[in-house]
Design a protein around this ligand. Structure first.
Ligand SMILES: [Zn+2]
Length: 302
């Protein structure tokens, strides 16, 4: 099982979770909030192993019967299903029914709900019932990139902790540990990832993502320049549909990471990206769409 000690970054947060277990002061509900890809799930899994370990010191002992398991019967991860990828009310009802049955082996039962913001009001209200009367042994951890999407009634009954993106050095260290690779491409992926470890891994391993990221970076550099230069990106980015989609997604991530919400033209460009993605779904003409997109972005930047 993942341990909090094996993770990189968010030191204060990891210490807080470890100390809560060691002191026996664990809340029934936690919300880990932070941008997509910063490692919320790994943190939650690390916390879960500390909660399930028989020694309860906050650091999994690695020797007890709980620590030695790869999958634990008292740990459940609930994820979205179907086309919408939403966490369904049925899954929450199943969680509720299960939570009132005593733990199988450990002293606790831990539930992790990933992408909790996808729960509709019905699902969140079903969860509220267990937040109001939690069994003593249950710990429920919600993971979300969008805290405002969680009902205030749930938020007020949970401990909310913010998960921060890693620094470039922390990301590079984590990449090295995870991939066993070394070299300049590690640092490059770390620099471009905005501290989101799963995105950095993607950059490091996926060739098309890498190509699209480079193109998006050149595009950003060309934004303040001449219109005709920016328009030369249209045929390059729209060489094929996959590349264009990857380019848009990279551009969006780069804008979101570096711009901050005060930069209005970046916000406009992000809106343009959302718009053009919708048009792409409608099977619009690729080269025409790319051309208009470049034009729109140039206007937003000038
Ligand atoms: Zn243990």
């Amino acid at each position: 099982m993942v341990s909090l000690e094996s993770l990189v970054g968010n030191d204060a947060l990891r210490a807080r979770l470890r100390d809560a277990v060691a002191a026996g002061r664990v809340s029934h509900a936690y919300i880990l909030e932070g941008p997509e890809g910063v490692g919320k799930r790994s943190l939650a899994l690390g916390f879960a192993s500390a909660l399930l370990c028989a020694e309860g010191s906050g650091v999994p002992c690695g020797r007890c019967s709980h620590c030695r398991r790869s999958a634990h019967p008292d740990l459940s991860v609930i994820e979205g299903e179907g086309k919408s990828g939403a966490v369904k009310v049925a899954a929450i009802r199943a969680l509720r029914a299960d939570a009132y049955i005593r733990p199988n082996e450990a002293e606790r039962k831990v539930y992790i709900i990933d992408h909790a913001e996808t729960m509709r009001a019905e699902a969140q209200n079903a969860l509220l019932k267990i937040f109001e009367e939690p069994p003593a042994y249950a710990v429920i951890i919600l993971l979300t990139a969008s805290l405002p999407a969680i009902l205030p009634t749930l938020r007020s009954r949970a401990v909310t902790l913010s998960v921060r993106p890693l620094t470039v050095e922390e990301t590079a260290a984590a990449l090295q540990r995870l991939t066993k690779k070394r070299g300049p491409e590690l640092l490059e992926a770390a620099e471009h990832s905005g501290g989101r470890i799963s995105y950095a891994l993607e950059l490091l391993t996926d060739k098309r993502t890498k190509e699209a990221a480079k193109l998006a970076e050149e595009f950003r550099a060309a934004l303040p320049g001449e219109l005709y230069t920016l328009l030369t990106f249209a045929p390059r980015a729209a060489a094929n549909r996959d590349l264009f989609e990857a380019f848009l997604s990279q551009l969006y991530q780069q804008m979101a990471t570096e711009a901050g919400l005060t930069n209005l033209s970046a916000v406009h460009i992000m809106e343009k990206i959302i718009e053009i993605r919708q048009k792409l779904e409608g099977n619009g003409n690729l080269s025409l769409l790319a051309h208009c997109f470049c034009l729109d972005c140039w206007e937003a930047a000038h």
